[in-house]
Design a protein around this ligand. Structure first.
Ligand SMILES: Cc1cc2nc3c(=O)[nH]c(=O)nc-3n(C[C@H](O)[C@H](O)[C@H](O)COP(=O)(O)OP(=O)(O)OC[C@H]3O[C@@H](n4cnc5c(N)ncnc54)[C@H](O)[C@@H]3O)c2cc1C
Length: 447
């Protein structure tokens, strides 16, 4: 518990309305979108509106020995924002200004609390887009998605968040504010610190401004739905499309259970009798290229006994993507615990290689949960065996720390600990996440 004098100091930094201490708030900010993890117990929620306020908060927290848990919209799926020790939840949601869309340089500068879709809305009148689009594009923040290095539905063709971050401003654990990178397309000055902070999950510093790359929006698109009587045929189509050297913007597979659940939930007209379906979209600036790619897709679908439906209007296309975005909420409605992993394999195995094995269970059933954990262990083992990775987009957070050494080895772990200790020697920033420390080392890091 924080004493009143410290709470008053936080109020004097950000104002009365931007400090929450009610029981309801503390419970609300004690968890995020991750299932199957214990909730945290924050002492206070502080909502700065400027980078200067973030600096003052960090300085006060450091002097007082209090942990800080940075938070955007809290939609991450790896327990990244759960306040595992007591401390401050630092909500960046009120730093939500789009500072500029620079159509001449194809860049934007935003504060961390900007919702991803809002950046897209601001870029659209210039004929531009910000490609990373996690399923939560209408709720997740730019800061959270940069700190998580989020991917999304267009990852196969357009890549993930790290491919669009050109620079940033960060408040470090010692209270200093520092800028990395900038608007230039080429920049090889110094270590690439921007990329170090992308995916750092709030453990190295607080991102208070982001400079990102925008792309011209594709002028032509063709969205398609292919249905199959076996999952194998759908999978073979994916491999065939990649082998044909067509890179769709989106290439998503759903099995029958997911199809039926999404249809029950979202009523978008999916074929509930199909064993599997593929959602496919090709796009580009030249109509003939898009037509040619669509024709290649049609051939791959036919060669694998699929039936194809082409979206004939924007409304029909939007319905298909609504179906994909509804997948997790729909599956979550089936049982009280939905464990969604994102083990990822090289893309010859499946689209962008990002798998979402989803396990529906009941967290009150200890026996069932023990089997869930064994299944998750096996999933990660298999992903690494295929040359893949533990996480394609959801991050390590709290949920996957125990597996990290299996992928990066002891030397990799030591390097991560060295980085963390250099930038945050007292482990005040998002402690207990991403970087596993032996217990005694955590105990020695006194704040
Ligand atoms: C239904 C559903 C669908 C999803 N689909 C996708 C998907 O398709 N692709 C994908 O990649 N993810 C997906 N996610 C996960 C999640 O939405 C993304 O990780 C998202 O980008 C997180 O943004 P956020 O604002 O909610 O961040 P938060 O969850 O609030 O935070 C994420 C991490 O960033 C840190 N952080 C937040 N802000 C800052 C900051 N300013 N400075 C430093 N650290 C900070 C936090 O401490 C935490 O570790 C999905 C989640 C759900 C619930």
């Amino acid at each position: 518990m924080l004493d009143n004098a410290i709470i008053e100091k936080f109020r004097s930094i950000v104002g009365q309305d931007n400090v929450l201490t009610s029981k309801v708030s503390l419970v609300t900010y004690g968890y995020d979108a991750t299932a199957d993890l214990p909730k945290g117990n924050p002492d206070i929620i502080v909502m700065p509106t400027s980078a200067e306020q973030v600096q003052s908060i960090v300085n006060l927290a450091r002097r007082s020995g209090i942990a800080i848990y940075p938070r955007g919209a809290g939609t991450n799926l790896s327990g990244g924002t759960i306040p595992v020790e007591h401390g401050i939840v630092l909500s960046l949601q009120k730093m939500n200004k789009i500072i500029e869309v620079d159509a001449e340089n194809l860049t934007a500068v935003v504060q961390p609390g900007v919702i991803i879709q809002e950046l897209n809305n601001a870029a659209a009148p210039h004929g531009l887009m910000y490609p990373p689009d996690p399923g939560t594009v209408t709720t997740a923040t730019m800061g959270g998605s940069v700190a998580e290095n989020s991917g999304g539905l267009r990852g196969l063709k357009y890549g993930v968040t790290k491919h669009y971050v050109m620079g940033m401003e960060v408040v470090l654990a010692n209270g200093d504010r520092v800028r990395f990178g900038g608007k230039t397309v080429k920049n090889v000055t110094a270590y690439d610190f921007s990329n170090l902070f992308v995916g750092s999950e709030g453990t190295l510093g607080i991102i208070v401004e982001i400079t990102c790359k925008l792309l011209p929006s594709p002028k032509y698109r063709r969205a398609m739905l292919a249905t199959y009587s076996t999952v194998a045929e759908a999978g073979n189509t994916v491999a065939a499309i990649i082998k044909a050297q067509v890179i769709p913007a989106t290439l998503e597979i759903m099995d029958n259970m997911t199809i039926r659940t999404v249809e029950d939930f979202a009523h978008v007209g999916l074929p509930v009798d199909a064993e599997a379906l593929l959602l496919i979209e090709v796009d580009g600036m030249a109509e003939e290229v898009v037509v040619r790619e669509a024709e290649a897709v049609v051939k791959c679908v036919a060669a694998n006994n699929g039936e194809l439906r082409v979206a004939n209007s924007d409304a029909e296309r939007d319905k298909l993507w609504a179906a994909r975005r509804a997948a997790l909420p729909a599956l979550a409605s089936l049982n009280n615990t939905v464990v969604l992993e994102d083990a990822t394999v090289p893309r010859s195995h499946a689209g962008d290689g990002n798998l979402h094995p989803t396990i529906l269970a009941d967290k009150h059933n200890a026996d069932e949960m023990a089997r869930v954990h064994l299944a998750v262990d096996e999933i990660f083992e298999a992903a690494l065996r295929f040359g893949g990775t533990l996480s394609g987009e959801h991050g390590i957070g709290l949920a996957k720390m125990k597996y990290l050494g299996n992928e990066i080895g002891d030397t990799g772990l030591d390097l991560m600990r060295t980085m963390k200790n250099a930038l945050d020697p007292t482990h005040m920033l998002n402690p207990g996440k991403l970087v596993p420390f032996p217990k005694q080392e955590v105990a020695h890091a006194t704040r």
